[in-house]
Design a protein around this ligand. Sequence first.
Ligand SMILES: Cc1cc2nc3c(=O)[nH]c(=O)nc-3n(C[C@H](O)[C@H](O)[C@H](O)COP(=O)(O)OP(=O)(O)OC[C@H]3O[C@@H](n4cnc5c(N)ncnc54)[C@H](O)[C@@H]3O)c2cc1C
Ligand code: FES
Length: 336
Amino acid sequence: MNVPEVFLRKGLTKTFEKFMHRPQTTQQKGPYNATVESNILRSGKFGRLTLRLEGTAAQVFRVAKPGQFAQFDVSNLRIPPAELIPDELVNSAKRNVILRRPLSLAGISDIADAEAVLLDILYCIVGPGSLRLSTAEKGDRISLIGPLGRGFFVPAGKKLALLVAGGMGAPPLQHLAGYLREKHKNIEVLAFAGAKTITDLPYFDIDISKVSDKPDFSIREFSRYAVKSLPATDDGSAGFKGFVTECMRKWLDANKIKPSDAIIYACGPELMLKAAADLATDYGIDCQVSLEQNMACGTGLCQSCAVKCCCPNGEKIYKLCCKDGPVFDSREVVWE
Ligand SMILES: Cc1cc2nc3c(=O)[nH]c(=O)nc-3n(C[C@H](O)[C@H](O)[C@H](O)COP(=O)(O)OP(=O)(O)OC[C@H]3O[C@@H](n4cnc5c(N)ncnc54)[C@H](O)[C@@H]3O)c2cc1C
Ligand code: FES
């Protein structure tokens, strides 16, 4: 499709304009020190880190929006003993991790009777930084900068939010599920959770015996907010067999919804985001995507995270994923 045409579809231009002018967080972004409350590993591949923030950091992160992220300094964390290093990371494990690592906020909760918040982070061990994160223990201190970027935006009048998570795209969508349940109770929420295979589904509380080909409460990360989910795996080892976007397409075909009532929120690998954007165009549904670019500074200084975007007049410009995103309207991104 000719890109500017996408902007001209009826009824969508207004929400797009509002999206473009969504506010940025203006609070201090740190650096802050967080204290590790717990760090749980699952199958040596995924970690769920809970951090305690106090004082100004707690005030600032308490109001962080789903889709925002933080930059973590993991350089002072330990390297695991040799026997715990996955084979594919043996060569890179000892590499210096000078740059901070961007991670999304998967959830924020208040601690009763304390001026503190708990921050949930979900990570996948893919390199030296995330490997070090896996060694963090209760009481360890981790420096973080944030909340950074612009998160998801909820346009007025929406009645249905379809969350599409591909692999490690899950964390910001879990946060969004909780946020919608708390702040937009009138919006029905349904999550599509995809991965290559069952063991790549990055959920800690998934009851495979409950998984069916219908929306169910099998993924507790969503069901704790009374949000149903539909898992999908490329090989059919859990839930729908095929890409998560195909699962959503099938659901849209079976459930006649009013497109202007709905919005798609997607996070995951770029190919999946492009498929979600195409699907949104086909069905005439608003769609926001959270992009993952390699980042250095995370604050708009180094220009390393450029995203090619298209303006409504057809002009192509570069925006910064860390500052203008990571959440973009799907029509804005030039998918290549
Ligand atoms: C805004 C944002 C939010 C993110 N949120 C999460 C999250 O919640 N949980 C999580 O596990 N990961 C998240 N990531 C990805 C995470 O930042 C990287 O996995 C991490 O920095 C890898 O660091 P490392 O030192 O372990 O591996 P590295 O050695 O830095 O990288 C290992 C491999 O992963 C690839 N890689 C690194 N960063 C990215 C990236 N951003 N996108 C695609 N491939 C990458 C590298 O090319 C390399 O092949 C997020 C990234 C961004 C930009
Ligand atoms: S990461 Fe430096 S400008 Fe975006």
